[in-house]
Design a protein around this ligand. Sequence first.
Ligand code: FAD
Length: 394
Amino acid sequence: MSKVVQSRLVQNRRDVLAGIGAMGLAGCAPRVAGQAVLAPGFVKPPLVPIDVRAERIAKITVCLRPFRAAGPRIEAETVAAKRVVHNYGHGGSGWSLSWGSAEVAAGLALEGGARDIAVIGCGAIGLTTALTLQRAGARVTIYAKERAPETRSARATGTWSPDSRVADRARVSADFPDRWERMARASWATHLGYVGTAGNPVFWSDFYILRDKEEQQQAYAPPANAIDFAHYGGRLRDLAPRSRPLTRAEHPFPVAEARLMPSLTFNVAELSHRLMADFLLEGGRIEQMIFETPADLARLKQPVVVNCTGYGARALWKDETITPVRGQIAWLPPQRGVDYSLYYRGVSLLPRPDGIVVQAVGPSEMFGYGDASEVADRAEAEAALAAVAPLFTS
Ligand SMILES: Cc1cc2nc3c(=O)[nH]c(=O)nc-3n(C[C@H](O)[C@H](O)[C@H](O)COP(=O)(O)OP(=O)(O)OC[C@H]3O[C@@H](n4cnc5c(N)ncnc54)[C@H](O)[C@@H]3O)c2cc1C
């Protein structure tokens, strides 16, 4: 591995904390030692400590990110006498990029003038694509093996992470960074439209990025043949709020360095439900159907099909350019007053109305790469809780 790739990987590890990409960290303001942020007379409300005892684990879910080195596949071809528009392979960025990706796929689907369209898949990508098509005037039916909460999308963390394992920097086409940026900007704008609406499907939370002295000094050795994951967060500096350093007086955590940023969070359970409900309200239909091979598309009456099968595209389309990247979440019951998220020692904690999401994100984005096991690993979950326990107990 070249020195350049190695140093990028080390940088990735520092920047891609908790799967947020370089969004907030890349544009950090320089640290100003001892600078108090609150004017005298103002008091910050105390943070409620999170109860991370292993006995509180309510469930463990596992999901596979559909990673493609070239980035998501969004293109049209003819299969079984139908125009098929592919929209899959969004790695760890599916929720974040969904609306922008849907816009591109819907444009391709509507190109020939057809207005009766089938969407295969009812995850983040299928639902946003179906809604985007409806809003452009199409009549849409979703066909899918599973819908929320059974889809893999329903098992995602729920953070704005548009460049998390989205592509290999060395394998993307020259125009991919620009296309990615357009998708990310379009998605961001649409997601913001859900903030503050009934059920809070998208909301802001305070995100603390915490580091020990040892962690800062520790040199990270990337594995051989590690992917040079693409990161384009710097392109969105004007869009998402950035992190800022905290003085010791501004947080309760026993760590050497703390930063804080507002983080856009997807309340995945509610968001999936909301997108499904909106789709049905606007006249859409959802049918359960399993496609064993592309020839099964002939069963559909629609002339245009948008393929949003996520990791399922690997088997259905024999697309071995999809690599699984395993990710596991341990769920703690929601805790009254806990409304902040954090990253510490390779673990992220994120409170959602349906539970506190605890996830080991590992030392780099290679964590889980090539691992297709969807079996829960209790030891991994307990180790993640043990790693963050000193934040609340020492
Ligand atoms: C642990 C973890 C955390 C994540 N966190 C985030 C995050 O915080 N933010 C973010 O933006 N992204 C995150 N991701 C990534 C995100 O979850 C994925 O990119 C996204 O779910 C992909 O959505 P999808 O709709 O393409 O696929 P899926 O959700 O897998 O949906 C595929 C749909 O197609 C259907 N289907 C598949 N094959 C067939 C078939 N043969 N016949 C019929 N139907 C079929 C399925 O039933 C399903 O309805 C995370 C991923 C993991 C694993």
